[in-house]
Design a protein around this ligand. Structure first.
Ligand code: GUN
Length: 295
């Protein structure tokens, strides 16, 4: 079997169209523009490109958007003060602090400082807790994007064996929680594999849906995949440069061999990546609606 591609770029484009219309309606009817501030500390090249993409998309959708570029030398106290300022700014509905932060800043402390109502990344413990009990306002963006890819590609999650490779707070743990809820687009049997797992292939071969966020290129090879499985590759590994000077990317799945076995597979780039940014936009529109009392 040769897999069909799940085009994250195309699904993201459709959702952005929907969000653009919703934004125009909010402006016209309630005089509210979704407001997003993205805060970047330092000059990590990957973070710079993510934040630039988030800003570009938010402007395209008609948001009120602010980019805060702060120097690597910014202190934790200064960052907390900046967050506090945006917590109190009524034109801002979403605050995103791009991770990772420089080592001298405590990431947990920073994430706790964001008003949970403006936490459009869904990383604040209040929002993590609400997600676990199935009461989320804001789902974390990458896992929410994965769920949308499955729903909009017609993949049945109800009763499916889902195997996740990777237990990060940003992807592995939240996608497990989202897909096990007794809700539409979920209700799966979920297994999480990680670096302490004894026999990874034993688990991955049972997967109807295999979600890979291992942080390691080609961590999943064809022999680890069940015939006809749906494979979602969350990996973004930089493997040199293209002749045009852009970063060359590959996922955590050995795409060329696994695509011969899977029924559906996401490419890298153009799979999960575009969905992450789109879900951030969706959360920001939702935050604006909640703040305006129209949700
Ligand atoms: N760094 C890698 N992924 C993310 C994300 O989803 N949000 C933020 N804020 N930082 C990240």
């Amino acid at each position: 079997m040769t897999a069909k591609l799940i085009s994250g770029s195309e699904i993201a484009r459709q959702i952005r169209e929907e969000l653009k219309e919703e934004t125009a309606r909010l402006k016209e009817k309630y005089n509210v523009a979704p407001g997003l501030v993205t805060i970047l500390v330092g000059q990590n090249p990957a973070s710079m490109s993510y934040v630039t993409a988030k800003q570009k998309t938010s402007k395209e959708l008609g948001f009120h958007s602010i980019q805060e570029n702060q120097p690597e030398t910014m202190t934790e106290g200064e960052l907390l003060a900046l967050i506090d300022r945006y917590n109190r700014d009524s034109q801002i509905h979403g605050i995103l602090v791009q991770l990772p932060l420089p080592k001298h800043i405590n990431e947990t402390k920073v994430l706790y400082a964001i008003d949970p109502k403006k936490d459009v990344d869904g990383f604040h413990p209040v929002n993590v807790g609400k997600m676990v009990i199935g009461e989320a306002d804001y789902l974390p963006c990458t896992p929410a994007g994965i769920q949308q890819l499955l729903i909009r590609s017609g993949v049945k999650t109800d009763g499916a064996e889902v195997v996740i490779v990777g237990r990060s707070n940003i992807v592995g743990k939240p996608i497990a929680n989202i897909l096990l809820q007794k809700q539409r687009g979920a209700n799966a049997t979920v297994t999480i594999c990680h670096t302490g797992t004894k026999d990874m292939a034993f688990h991955t071969r049972r997967a109807d849906i295999l979600i890979v966020a291992a942080g390691k290129p080609k961590a999943i090879t064809a022999d680890m995949v069940q015939e006809g499985a749906v494979v979602i590759d969350v990996g973004v590994n930089r493997i040199g440069m293209t002749p045009e000077g852009k970063a060359r990317l590959c996922g955590d799945v050995d795409f060329e061999t696994v695509k011969e076995k899977a029924s559906l597979i996401t490419p890298v780039p153009g799979g999960v990546g575009p969905m992450t940014i789109t879900m951030l936009m969706m959360n920001t529109v939702k935050a604006a609606k909640i703040a305006a009392g129209v949700e």
